[in-house]
Design a protein around this ligand. Sequence first.
Ligand code: FAQ
Length: 311
Amino acid sequence: MVEIDQQQKFQNKIDAEIKIEPKDWMPEAYRKNLIRQISQHAHSEVIGMQPEGNWITRAPSLRRKAILLAKVQDEGGHGLYLYSTAETLGITREEMINALQDGSARYASIFNYPTQTWADVGAIGWLVDGAAIVNQISLQRTSYGPYSRSMVRICKEESFHQRQGYELMLTLSRGSEAQKAMAQDSLNRFYWPSLMMFGPHDTESAHSASSMKWKVKRETNDDLRQKFIDQTAPQIEFLGLQHPDKDLKWNDEKGQFDSGEINWDEFWRVINGDGHCNRQRVQHHINAHKEGAWVREAMASYQQKKKSKAA
Ligand code: FAQ
């Protein structure tokens, strides 16, 4: 009876747009769902450093290198805000890292695709950060206070990432024939995986119903994907590139584009561990984490020393 009362009070708060804070009562399923989504989001930011990090030493100019270094560093920072946000729900950083490394936690499937050319750095900034922003603008209004606040700051930084990516693609597409071809090839490879970032169709989405009820998610996977499709089509046109979706067609009645179908077999294969780079990405994380053990130990012993001095 007390539990039912609490459930009702909780839902009333959500319906009244009052944020849920770490010390507030919350249903166990809400807490678990948030830990799942926020930790996966954090892992995506951190694993997402790898495909672009691959190009830092090969950036074509000092300006491009400085921009890329700053961007990759920002993604690491986003991971840290999000791990801290998830920790407010009672899980430790160590537990989350273990889940990433043993394969029980997911991260965005897009990062299992290789970055084969310099244009991929532009395509990731433009399309991957672009898709992330569409989702994250919506998540700024999520019901859990710490997640909502972390999204506000992250969106500001992602906006700079998206612009630098588009500017890079613009430079290539206005360059030599070879540069334009490189930009087109990159768009062809990254367009469909970017649409997959929004998750399965609403009818197939296991968590959407409860996440929408609890206002963890404010818009559905398909609605957000449609926004991204609609905003990207004119951007492709402005670049003077061919749209990778041959079925894309403006629908006057709906006021939006109709589009071709995503390859869902590929989506499920990649998120279940069989993409081009899944094993390499996780192994790289394990190696980097092991190499950084001495830093964590040094920090812990410094903290210990400070504590015993203060005592
Ligand atoms: N990849 O029931 P739903 C960035 C999983 S990177 C992998 O619809 P939900 C920075 C899903 O987790 C982008 N797995 O799930 C950057 C669930 O699995 P589970 C980071 C996916 O949670 C840029 C299952 O499928 N952004 O910003 C994917 O309601 C450039 C069923 O799906 C976020 O992570 C996928 N694409 O909706 C860094 C956004 N889609 O847990 C470097 C936060 C679905 O049952 C370079 N997350 N799954 O095992 C979300 O908004 C949501 O979690 C969704 C999925 C929309 C991704």
